[in-house]
Design a protein around this ligand. Structure first.
Ligand code: TYD
Ligand code: MG
Length: 459
């Protein structure tokens, strides 16, 4: 039997006291309500016996039900989830406030409610009217989509038991609380305990549960990281506040690969899927401008073509400036040193600015060669042809090293109408590219930065 105890809880701040009166925490009077509370999970034996009846069995005898995923109707989200969401699983969607987590989930609710039955959207952050306004604007009004403005997890559980939804959305996990716990909503113990309860609820009812978790800068509120080990799937929604694109990235997935990303654009009508992200990032690219090159960046298994820009201008005085946006600062410095030492470019007298257009970010060394060529192109004031893609890792001796996912990168470039690719010689290494669907791409291998500069800039 769970231990029963009685407390008075301040309904404003959640402070628990043995007697009613003025809340010592938030100084309000009359906000205490007497509650009889069960201490949740005080000991192991008190856990609900959901797993009763399960027993170890030979792994080869375990039947896997195929096709048991449910689709959210948002192709990019379904793909990142591994082909739809698995009933009974708990998915955490983390991201900065205002990035679009609520919008994404509300849009996902549309198809879920239309095709799968009741969906319960619980918000502790927004009122029913606010959510309704957004739903109106997005044109979302399925009959089976229910809304509940609630933060008390026990109440949420009770409603879920009654409504029997196929999917439950809790926005956000930092606002819900278990009255039985001493700490305030959003604290590490509340967030963990609530998520654990929701996990049991999802598994027990076989419903898909989505939790929103805000990434927080200070430690006062627990961020999504404290839940990563607990949930089945962790997705992060990323992007720059001032750019319209958003990337949904799987960092953990018990039901799929973590190599997938989904790309969205935030607009008037909410989030739209970007099925051709490279085209999106290259849309505004200048043609024939010195210092602009196209690099290939592999996001998980997905190649993205991005525009890398460099501006090299004479430094007026003192230490030359190095400003890098969207790429690794130290890598850029390393590449500039290679240009200086191996190719004799006098960059110590130059300010260098490097930027990835569209607010995108490159994280892998395969864009090294592109950065070096962009800087060389700007320094020499000589443009690189607009229809060539550059890839290759650069080592300290100026050698160009092979990159991973080579064929996928070439295919993406060919699909987007590029005519040529300058690639590491080692990737070619006697390889026959015929029949690899990379035509009409003219693929040229280079062994060093020097060779690449000669090939691309005629130096
Ligand atoms: P929201 O989903 O509320 O973010 P989160 O839940 O991650 O905090 O999205 C907030 C931002 O998105 C807000 O600044 C407004 C913008 N937005 C649009 O630009 N278009 C839209 O159609 C919607 C619904 C939101
Ligand atoms: Mg929100």
């Amino acid at each position: 039997m769970p231990k029963i105890r009685s407390v008075y809880r301040c309904q404003t701040c959640g402070f628990a006291a043995p007697k009613p009166g003025t809340c010592p925490d938030c100084a309000r009077t009359g906000s205490f309500v007497a509650l009889i509370e069960e201490r949740p999970l005080a000991s192991r034996s008190e856990r609900p016996q959901l797993a009763a009846g399960t027993k170890p069995m030979p792994i080869r005898d375990i039947a896997v039900e195929a096709g048991d995923r449910i689709l959210t109707g948002i192709g990019e989200l379904d793909r990142v989830l591994g082909g739809g969401v698995v009933p009974g699983s708990l998915v955490l969607i983390g991201g900065d406030p205002g990035i679009g987590k609520s919008t994404l989930l509300l849009q996902a609710c549309r198809a879920l409610a239309e095709r799968q039955g009741p969906v319960l959207y619980v918000s502790g952050e927004e009122s029913a009217a606010q959510v309704k306004l957004r739903a109106n604007r997005l044109g979302i009004a399925p009959k089976a989509l229910y809304f509940l403005a609630e933060t008390d997890l026990q109440v949420i559980e009770a409603h879920a038991a009654e409504l029997r939804p196929r999917a439950l959305i809790v926005d956000s996990i930092q606002t819900v609380f278990l009255p039985g716990l001493e700490s305030s909503p959003g604290s590490v113990s509340q967030v963990r305990e609530c998520a654990a309860r929701l996990m049991l609820l999802a598994k027990g009812r076989g419903m898909a549960a989505f939790l929103v978790g805000h990434v927080t800068k200070d430690g006062a509120i627990a961020g999504p990281r404290v839940l990563e080990h607990l949930v089945d799937t962790v997705l992060y929604f990323e992007g720059e506040q001032h750019h319209a694109y958003r990337i949904l990235r799987a960092v953990k997935n018990r039901f799929g690969s973590t190599n997938e990303i989904g790309v969205f654009e935030m607009g008037e009508l909410g989030l739209t899927e970007v099925s051709n992200p490279s085209g999106f990032f290259l849309a505004e690219r200048p043609r024939g401008a010195a210092g602009s090159v196209i690099v290939s960046s592999l996001e998980g298994t997905r190649p993205l073509l991005l525009e890398m820009q460099a501006l090299v201008t004479p430094a007026s005085f003192g230490t030359p400036r190095r400003t890098v946006l969207g790429a690794d600062y130290n890598r850029v410095c390393l590449l500039l040193a290679v240009l200086e030492k191996r190719l004799g470019f006098p960059l110590q007298s130059q300010d260098v600015f490097v930027n990835v257009a569209g607010g995108a970010r490159v994280t892998e060394p395969a864009s090294d060669l592109g950065i070096a060529i962009a800087a060389a192109s700007s320094y020499l004031d000589r443009p690189v042809r607009g229809d060539v893609v550059i890839m290759g890792e650069v080592g300290l001796t100026g050698e160009v090293r092979a990159v991973a996912g080579f064929t996928a990168r070439l295919k993406e470039a060919a699909a987007l109408g590029f005519a040529a690719a300058v690639v590491p010689q080692n990737n070619l290494g006697g390889k026959n590219l015929a029949g690899e669907a990379v035509h009409p791409l003219n693929v040229q291998g280079v062994g060093s930065v020097d060779e690449a500069v000669k090939t691309l800039l005629g130096q």
